[in-house]
Design a binder for this molecule. Structure first.
Ligand code: TPP
Ligand code: MG
Length: 671
């Protein structure tokens, strides 16, 4: 539908949508940066969605039963900022719009979770939002099965662009959503045929409609500028049992001289262009000014859901008290009151029995006791359940017939799994964890980084954490992955040495509210090294003295995970030679870094020779070897500086020189 017809046939709608378009133009002109075309193109779709379909109350952004709106095409951030401002979200002030992309403003370049209420997830890395949305929709299903339709009954709406659909992660997301018949997930595709380099046709001829259908979705099409057609498509999409994709044919940068070109994708800041475009819109108000009648219409939309929310609050009080409390606790990410005692009891039992088990098995032992009483843990694996040992007895498997199942077979979709987990924790009420091989953190990385940036406690269960996995060879043996994970801000990387440390790592991962955890777990069996029971969670300090020097302390060996055993054996060799040696177990560098300097100095005093041993690259270790030292600067590292190889694990440790003798020799060479 062309602009003149639209203006004539739907004058009120037109002006409401024009408010989004002009705020976009004004904010981007002020910032001299941003992406104008997408909000200008999708303003009609967004207006109809907010006006007629989205269940929300601008005065209660965190209402648990609100519909979720996810702007997967995050470069179009002015679309969501305009919507939140116009509908009256408290934090979305006009000043924020005027300060778009400036230091300290909530209106970041791309929408960021936690910066402004109403932003459900951080988007901008294309494809993440649509993949998050699958987790949002799964979370909704699980919560509905647990608490009933009375309190959990909402939709997840996504705006995705050509870029989101071209990214590989979208394929993982679409496949997973189709399989699980996530009927309350509705994706609005901004089908404008344009990306940055030119037309979509330059690089793609995928029939998206057939693609979505092939994955088990319902597909609808509409003119993305015709409010009646948009409304009809949304109404139809809400009725199907499958997830829905609505292909919205739109014009990027509608109404400007850059319309339908890739120039329209970016910042349209030319004053004449802006003036001419506003004239096409019939918009006469000065910059950043929304005429009162139009603002009033938008505010009415923003309060449309207030009564419904009040009803919901009353309904929540009609479910049993224990369920109400459970609902509130899980949303607040408060740990279950049994967690701490359960972990302590398991630690005691393990210390008594001192089993030799792989830490992936230790992790299973922890989950077995923890999943028995938590309701919020939702586990899964990217087709490596039997290797990651992520599934416990009584979880049930999530699928369309079994919505209260708490285990998800993600299929071979590491990135999709990670993004879906982020979606679940963002939805609220769920603490997701999911497994794959440590080496494939690479495949999940885009979403792992966003867990950290968004400050959400997603848990990554990464088994097969070194050459210790053996025969599968260097394609599967991580060497640089601990370093990459540790280099990521706000991420706890745990590499536990035995079952006790694994239990401690899980306790932290399930208690923390703002930090994702990576659990690097061994394939191979490891002895119990914590042979003295301590109720205190020693891993929470990141590193601690596992075995102190006998006699004068001349050396400190720092180790993690499977190499703690090696460090202890090296200590035996050195002590036999009269070299007093301390072994420090360091299951989590980040938590150690968070400790007071006094504690760090107590564990790693200056003076003795220091050697670290870890079957990974040295990068990241220097701070603990030489960075935080007193007078002695003699330090060494025993680990990997190449890829691994295919052979049995013990042969690899020999060949790559990660042995007790090699560690002892390294210490002696430095003394
Ligand atoms: C993972 C990722 N790769 C690249 C980019 C850079 N980028 C931002 S928008 C965009 C083009 C997206 O095209 P489309 O989704 O069609 O958006 P439109 O041009 O229609 O607004 C690109 C490549 C990004 N944000 N994320
Ligand atoms: Mg496009």
């Amino acid at each position: 539908m062309d602009i003149q017809t639209l203006r004539k046939t739907h004058p009120d709608h037109w002006m409401r949508a024009a408010a989004i378009r002009t705020l976009t133009l004004d904010a981007i002109a002020a910032a001299n940066s941003g992406h104008s075309g997408m909000p200008m193109g999708m303003a009609d779709v967004a207006t109809v969605l907010f006006e007629k379909h989205l269940k929300f109350d601008a005065s209660a952004p965190n209402w648990p039963d609100r519909d979720r709106f996810i702007l997967s095409a995050g470069h179009g951030s002015m679309l969501i900022y305009s919507l939140l401002h116009l509908t009256g979200y408290k934090q979305a002030t006009l000043d924020e719009i005027k300060n778009f992309r400036q230091w300290g403003a909530r209106t970041a370049g791309h929408p960021e979770f936690g910066h402004m209420e109403g932003i459900e997830t951080t988007t901008g890395p294309l494809g993440q939002g649509i993949a998050n949305s699958v987790g949002f929709a799964i979370a909704e299903e699980i919560q509905r099965a647990r608490y009933g339709k009375k309190v959990v009954d909402h939709h997840t709406y996504v705006i995705a662009g050509d870029g989101c659909l071209m990214e590989g992660i979208s394929h993982e997301a679409i496949g997973l959503a189709g399989r699980h018949e996530l009927g309350k997930l509705i994706v609005l595709w901004d089908d404008n045929g344009i990306t940055i380099d030119g037309t979509v046709a330059l690089s793609d001829r995928t029939d998206q409609i057939k693609r979505f259908r092939a994955s088990g979705w319902s597909v609808f099409e509409c003119d993305g500028h015709d409010p009646v057609a948009i409304d009809a498509a949304l109404t139809a999409a809400k009725k199907t049992k499958k997830p829905s994709m609505i292909a919205c044919k739109t014009h990027i940068a509608l109404g400007s001289s850059a319309q339908d070109t890739s120039k329209g994708h970016g910042a349209l800041t030319d004053a004449d262009l802006i003036k001419d475009t506003k004239a096409v819109y019939g918009w006469t108000a000065p910059a950043f000014t929304i005429p009162a009648d139009i603002k009033a219409q938008w505010e009415a939309i923003g309060s449309r859901g207030a009564a419904e929310r009040a009803d919901w609050e009353a309904r929540l009080l009609t479910i049993p008290g224990n369920k109400q409390r459970e609902f509130a606790r899980a949303y607040a990410l408060e740990p279950h009151k049994k967690l701490s005692a359960t972990i302590k009891a398991l630690k005691k039992q393990i210390t008594d029995e001192a089993p030799k088990v792989a830490t992936r098995k230790s992790s299973e032992m922890v989950l077995e006791v923890v999943n028995a009483f938590t309701t919020e843990t939702v586990g899964g694996s990217a087709d490596l359940t039997g290797s990651n040992l992520t599934k416990t007895g009584d979880m049930g498997v999530f699928d369309p017939e079994n919505r209260d199942g708490r285990y998800i077979y993600y299929g071979i979709r590491e990135h999709g799994m990670a993004a879906a987990m982020n979606g679940m924790v963002l939805h609220g009420g769920i603490r997701p964890y999911g497994g794959t091989f440590m080496c494939f953190t690479d495949y999940a990385r885009g979403a792992m980084r966003l867990s950290a940036l968004m400050r959400v406690p997603t848990v990554y269960v990464m088994s097969h954490d070194s050459i210790g996995l053996g025969e599968d060879g260097p394609t599967h043996q991580p060497v640089e992955h601990l370093a990459i994970s540790r280099a990521t801000p706000n991420t706890y990387v745990f590499r536990p040495a035995d079952t006790v440390e694994t239990a401690e790592a899980w306790e932290i991962a399930l208690t923390t509210k703002e930090t994702p955890s990576v659990l690097a777990l061994s394939r191979q069996g490891l002895p119990t090294v914590r042979l003295e029971h301590k109720t205190k969670n020693l891993s929470s300090q990141g590193a601690y003295v596992l075995a102190d020097a006998e006699g004068k302390r001349q050396a400190i060996i720092i180790a993690t995970g499977s190499e703690v055993e090696i460090a202890l054996a090296a200590r035996d060799i050195l002590q036999a030679d009269g070299i007093g040696t301390r072994v420090v177990s360091m299951p989590c560098m980040e938590l150690f870094a968070e400790q007071e300097e006094r504690y760090r100095k107590r564990i790693l005093p200056g003076g003795p020779v220091r050697v670290a041993v870890e079957a990974g690259v040295q990068m990241g270790w220097d701070r603990w070897l030489t960075g935080e030292r007193g007078k002695c600067t003699k330090a060494g590292f025993v680990g990997m500086d190449s890829f691994g190889a295919s052979a049995p694990s013990d042969v690899l440790y020999e060949k790559f020189g990660i042995t007790p003798q090699a560690v002892a020799d390294k210490v002696k060479s430095l003394l």
